[in-house]
Design a protein around this ligand. Structure first.
Ligand SMILES: Cc1cc2nc3c(=O)[nH]c(=O)nc-3n(C[C@H](O)[C@H](O)[C@H](O)COP(=O)(O)OP(=O)(O)OC[C@H]3O[C@@H](n4cnc5c(N)ncnc54)[C@H](O)[C@@H]3O)c2cc1C
Length: 273
C-alpha cells in the first residue's frame, strides 16, 4: 500500500515545527521515519501534513547541564553509538545504541522519535526510564519537563499533545561507581525485544532502580528494588506480581532477563532464583 496524500514541510527549528503542527490536528512530526514510514505505508496513520524535524538545528545539539546531559530529540541512535555526542553514562548508552536494530535504522532513527513512538519493546523507552531520564516537551504555548516514568501512558501512547514535540531528552550523569545491567531477549539480531530488564545501582546518588520492559504496557519500575537485589524476593513471584497476564513462555523470558540484568549489575554472575 501507499500513504494517503499529505503536505510536507521541513522545519528549520523547533518553534517552526510547533507552529506548523498547530495548523491541523491531523498533522504529525516525522523524525527518522523508521517507525512512521511503515505506518504511513500501511495507512495505520493518515496525516494531512508531515512536519519534518530531523534537520531542525536546535533538535540536533547536545547540552551539558553539569549533573545531566540533554540530548536534542533528533540525535540519532548512530550518533550515540559512534560517540559523536557525549555519553551521560560510563558507555552504557553507546552499548545500548549499537544493539538497536541494524545500522541503516540507527543512521536515521532518533532518540526523541523512539520515545514519542513509545513501543513497549523499544530500547530507549526502557533503558532511559531505568536511568531516570526525563523529556523536554515543547509546544507554541510553552515548555514542560516530564519524567519518563510519567511520560508513557500505555503501549504506543504518551502524554504528548498533538501540537507538542519532544525537544530534548535529559539523562542524569552516572559516575564510575554506578553499576548497570541491561538484558533483552530477541528472536534474532535486529528484532525488537520479547523481554527486557534493566538494573541501575548508583551509590553516589543513592538510587537503585529495577525495570521490566517489553510487556504490553509502559515500562514497569519495580518497588522493593533493594530486597530484590538482596535475593529476598523470588524473581518469578516478582514478575507474576507486576505482570500476571503473561504467558508461561513470556513469564519465563522476563524472569531470565531480570536475572541476567541483576547479574550484570552486581557482577556476581548469578542471583537467587
Ligand atoms: C526494521 C526495524 C527494526 C527496529 N528495531 C528496533 C529495536 O530493536 N529497538 C528499538 O528500540 N527500536 C527499533 N526500531 C525502531 C527505531 O529505533 C526507530 O528509530 C524509532 O522507533 C523511531 O524513531 P524515528 O526517529 O524513526 O521516529 P519516526 O518514525 O519519524 O516517528 C515515530 C513516531 O514518533 C513521532 N515523533 C518523532 N519524533 C518526535 C518528536 N521529537 N516529538 C514528538 N513526536 C515525535 C512521529 O510523529 C511518529 O508518531 C526498529 C525499526 C525498524 C524499521
Amino acid at each position: 500500500m501507499k500513504p494517503v496524500r499529505f503536505d510536507y514541510a521541513a522545519a528549520p527549528d523547533a518553534a517552526t515545527a510547533c507552529s506548523l503542527l498547530t495548523q491541523s490536528v491531523a498533522a504529525k512530526p516525522i523524525a527518522g521515519g523508521q517507525s512512521l514510514g511503515p505506518m504511513l505505508n500501511l495507512r495505520l496513520v493518515r496525516p494531512d501534513a508531515l512536519v519534518d524535524i530531523s534537520r531542525a538545528s536546535d533538535l540536533r545539539g547536545v547540552r551539558d547541564e553539569g549533573n545531566a546531559i540533554v540530548y536534542g530529540a533528533a540525535v540519532t541512535h548512530a550518533e550515540i553509538e559512534d560517540g559523536a555526542v557525549p555519553d551521560a553514562t560510563p558507555g552504557w548508552l553507546a552499548s545500548v545504541a549499537r544493539r538497536i536494530a541494524y545500522r541503516a535504522v540507527r543512521n536515521r532513527g532518533t532518540i526523541g522519535g523512539s520515545l514519542a513512538h513509545a513501543d513497549p519493546a523499544a530500547d530507549w523507552v526502557n533503558v532511559l526510564t531505568a536511568l531516570d531520564a526525563s523529556v523536554v516537551l515543547t509546544r507554541s504555548l510553552g515548555t514542560r519537563t516530564v519524567a519518563l516514568a510519567e511520560f508513557f501512558t500505555g503501549p504506543f501512547a504518551t502524554v504528548l499533545a498533538h501540537d507538542e514535540i519532544v525537544t530534548g531528552v535529559r539523562v542524569p550523569k552516572r559516575g564510575a561507581a554506578a553499576r548497570w545491567g541491561y538484558w533483552k531477549f530477541c528472536l534474532k539480531v535486529g528484532d525488537f525485544a520479547k523481554a527486557s530488564a534493566a538494573v541501575l545501582i548508583d551509590p553516589e546518588r543513592g538510587e537503585t532502580r529495577i525495570l521490566l520492559g517489553a510487556i504490553e504496557k509502559p515500562p514497569i519500575l519495580l518497588s522493593d528494588a533493594s530486597a530484590i537485589l538482596a535475593g529476598r524476593m523470588p524473581l518469578a513471584a516478582v514478575v507474576t506480581d507486576v505482570a500476571p497476564h503473561l504467558s508461561y513462555d513470556s513469564h519465563a523470558l522476563h524472569v531470565a532477563a531480570l536475572r541476567r540484568a541483576i547479574a550484570l549489575a552486581t557482577a556476581s554472575g548469578e542471583v537467587a532464583a
